[in-house]
Design a protein around this ligand. Structure first.
Ligand SMILES: NC(=O)c1ccc[n+]([C@@H]2O[C@H](COP(=O)([O-])OP(=O)(O)OC[C@H]3O[C@@H](n4cnc5c(N)ncnc54)[C@H](OP(=O)(O)O)[C@@H]3O)[C@@H](O)[C@H]2O)c1
Length: 385
């Protein structure tokens, strides 16, 4: 029997289970369904999504992605009345959200959420809700039980705003990982580092994710997975023409896709082997001995840049011939540091800053791993004036 107050929650993953539990705890009649057939300790479940939908006045989707939404809505099409509110909390592409809004008409509420499982439990989500006023009014009691509503004009815009929010989250996780690696390199105790980071710009993230960040990490269940964040960044990359760092770089280990995003901040830094040719290159500059450059570069390497306003492109032999076999007289005052290394399987890019007297250079390297060893395939440089 259909009851306007019955909520069908389709998708009992991390968010769906938390949402269904919260709504039930707030006195709602909730029926849950999930693809795997998993049941719940906290809400009534059914093995048939049509059964769930036909009982409900509001159908809440907590599914992984756009294709999952489409598949589930296709399955329940016959049971879905035209006036049943479909409230979609999933993070999907702007175009997918617009398509669902077109397909489901005025009863569709696109409502991606900011906040994770703990925020659901306290009704602390921030909900970006795009819908016609009547649908929004009808969904209001459920939305208010879950968090604070921020109306947004259009499903596509709500989906896009959610992706941008998660882009900043990906950046914060990356920044946190960089800070933890610097702290490790300085030999600082992890607990003390986390105490201090909690006081700073990433404080909220560190406080929420602290159990995942300790050394060794705790065993808390993942709340928001690396795989889900990677999905969101892939959606943003596909929707936006602006260059976007791949979320794959958050953690290149596919075995960790189900780990919490915080685990990406404790992933090991770049492997030592990829730094070896860069160290040999530094030794070449420090000693003036070109033999080190032959350890650093592939024989086919080209070294290129602008010198005296003209483009130069040296072979490795030509480059080595520039070095006299002894250190520069001002070597003690010179410095070189690696700024960034990004590894993509068997290729990598790196940048280095060299301060040679008054001259400062940025070197950009392309590296390849061949025969089990990393070597510099090419270098381009810029001399700062
Ligand atoms: N977790 C968070 O902190 C968080 C926060 C904000 C937004 N979100 C977004 O909310 C959505 C749900 O996230 P989650 O963390 O709860 O993910 P999750 O734990 O991986 O759960 C995903 C749910 O989708 C179902 N599903 C996946 N593919 C399906 C398909 N093809 N057909 C039918 N059902 C399918 C799964 O069913 P079975 O497991 O039963 O197979 C499961 O119920 C995602 O869009 C996510 O990006 C998550």
């Amino acid at each position: 029997m259909t009851t306007p107050h019955t909520v069908a929650v389709l998708g009992l993953g991390r968010m769906g289970t938390a949402i269904a539990t919260r709504l039930a705890a707030q006195g709602r009649d909730v029926v849950g369904w999930t693809r795997s057939g998993r049941t719940s300790d906290t809400v009534r479940t059914t093995a048939d999504p049509n059964d769930a939908v036909s009982q409900a006045g509001l159908v809440l989707l907590a599914l992984f992605d756009g294709p999952a939404c489409r598949q589930v809505l296709d399955t329940v099409r016959a049971s879905l009345r035209s006036d049943t509110i479909v409230l979609n909390t999933g993070t999907i592409a702007p175009a997918e959200a617009a398509e669902l809004a077109r397909r489901l008409g005025p009863s569709y509420v696109h409502a991606p959420v900011l906040g994770s499982v703990p925020a659901v439990a306290t009704g602390g989500l921030r909900i970006l809700a795009a819908a016609e006023q009547d649908a929004l009014d009808r969904a209001r009691p459920v939305l208010d039980a879950l968090g604070t509503v921020r109306p947004v004009d259009g499903a596509s815009a709500a989906a896009a705003l959610k992706l941008v929010a998660n882009h900043s989250l990906a950046g914060a996780v990356r920044a946190l990982g960089d800070s933890l690696r610097q702290a490790d390199a300085l030999g600082l105790p992890r607990d003390e580092v986390l105490d201090i980071l909690e006081l700073g710009q990433l404080g909220g993230l560190v406080a929420r994710k602290r159990p995942f960040l300790t050394d060794p990490p705790g065993t808390a269940a993942a709340e928001f997975t690396i795989g889900a964040l990677a999905k969101d960044m892939a959606l943003l990359a596909a929707a936006s023409p602006a260059p976007l760092r791949s979320a794959g770089g958050l953690d290149d280990d596919p075995a960790r896709a189900e780990a919490d995003i915080a685990a990406a901040a404790t992933a090991p830094g770049v492997a030592d082997a990829v730094l070896e040719p860069l160290r040999a290159y530094v030794r070449g500059h420090a000693t003036g001995d070109p033999a080190h450059f032959r350890d650093a570069f592939l024989p086919s390497a080209r070294i290129e840049g602008i010198r005296d306003d003209a483009f130069v492109s040296w072979s490795l032999d030509e480059y080595c011939a520039l070095f006299p076999g002894r250190p520069a007289p001002d070597e003690p005052a010179r410095s070189r540091r690696v700024d960034a290394v990004d590894v993509h399987g068997t290729v990598a890019t790196a940048t280095m800053t060299l301060a040679h007297g008054a001259a400062r250079f940025t070197d950009v390297f392309l590296l390849v791993r061949t025969d089990g060893r990393w070597l510099i395939a090419n270098k381009a440089y810029h001399r700062h004036s």
